[in-house]
Ligand binder design. Structure first.
Ligand code: FAD
Length: 275
């Protein structure tokens, strides 16, 4: 879905919990699993923008089924405090194919959290809950240039954006900067021909608490015309980047910096970083 004249539009969808099954698991790289979900509950699923995300609802370790949320007129009904609680984490819709009834989510495989560990062990037939997307922020295809940046948690959105621009506006001018562990974590990405894609390597250092992305973006010179900047990754890594983008005098509506996870924090709320 596209819109014009650089106006960002917001679409809202009905929030419905879906219980889906894993149909396929692919290792895109040694540390990224692409997990395909399917099931009759996917009927009516909507996604129209690259940064659309869902709340995945995970089973307790050792359980087969997740505790699903109950919906009321005002959204999620808080479960009784003495009973099992839904376990939510935010993930990007990497690809949705309504005809094939397939939803792809790309998981970074890290051993520190329930979601990372679930993905490492996931197999066809496993169940996973999906809530959302709540809506889409439609960033139009008619900006003069785009800058997309982040770590591997941002890569599903960056990969989807590049592929969608290649199809909808092959003449788009894009710079993309992605921080990953090393060369084995680089992915083949479908992209517009005029894309400058830079991979930054941590070379075995832990993710988070890094300055590589900031250093790369601080060397970015704003091209002519009106552009759109999207950056996501570890919350602390993004602070200097947010400050830097502010200092460039970009229109506030034309950049988004989103803390997708925070070192040492379980289930970081990305809205908490909004400034
Ligand atoms: C809008 C949005 C979209 C997102 N899309 C994706 C996506 O498509 N794919 C994806 O993999 N992630 C994505 N994330 C990030 C993901 O939600 C977090 O990484 C989440 O914390 C993972 O949950 P967990 O249960 O594994 O870890 P948690 O229980 O939340 O955290 C436990 C520990 O693990 C650490 N940790 C969390 N994530 C990572 C990581 N990536 N690397 C190293 N340590 C980590 C935490 O700092 C904490 O110390 C997205 C986040 C947001 C807000």
């Amino acid at each position: 879905m596209s819109s014009t004249q650089r106006e960002i539009r917001v679409l809202r969808y009905d929030l419905r919990p879906r219980l889906l099954q894993v149909s396929k698991v692919d290792r895109v790289t040694p540390r990224t699993a692409r997990i395909t979900l399917t099931g009759p509950d996917l009927d009516g699923f909507q996604t129209h923008d690259y940064a659309d995300h869902v709340k995945l609802c995970f089973p307790e370790p050792g359980a087969a089924l997740p505790t699903m949320p109950t919906m009321g007129e005002r959204g999620i009904v808080p479960p009784p405090t003495d009973g099992p609680q839904p376990i939510f984490r935010d993930y990007t819709v990497r690809r949705f194919d309504a005809a094939a009834s397939e939803l792809d989510i790309d998981f970074v495989l890290h051993p520190h959290g329930i979601a990372g560990r679930w993905a490492a062990d996931a197999a066809p037939g496993d169940s996973l809950g999906v809530l959302g997307p709540r809506g889409s922020h439609l960033v139009p295809d008619d900006f003069d240039w785009y800058l997309l940046a982040g770590d591997e948690t941002a890569l599903p959105a960056i990969g989807r954006r590049l592929a969608e621009l290649a199809e909808a506006r092959p003449t788009a001018r894009v710079q993309a900067v992605v921080e990953v562990d090393g060369p084995a974590e680089e992915q083949e990405l479908v992209r517009p021909p005029d894309t400058r894609l830079t991979w930054l390597h941590r070379d075995g250092a832990e993710a988070g608490g890094q300055e590589r992305l900031y250093q790369a973006l601080s060397e970015f010179t704003v091209p002519d015309g009106v552009g759109y900047v999207w950056v996501a990754g570890e919350s602390g890594d993004l602070k200097p980047i947010r400050r830097h983008l502010r200092s460039l005098g970009l229109d506030r509506r034309h950049y988004k910096v989103d803390g997708y996870w925070k070192r040492g924090v379980v289930n970081h709320d990305h809205h908490a970083d909004d400034a």
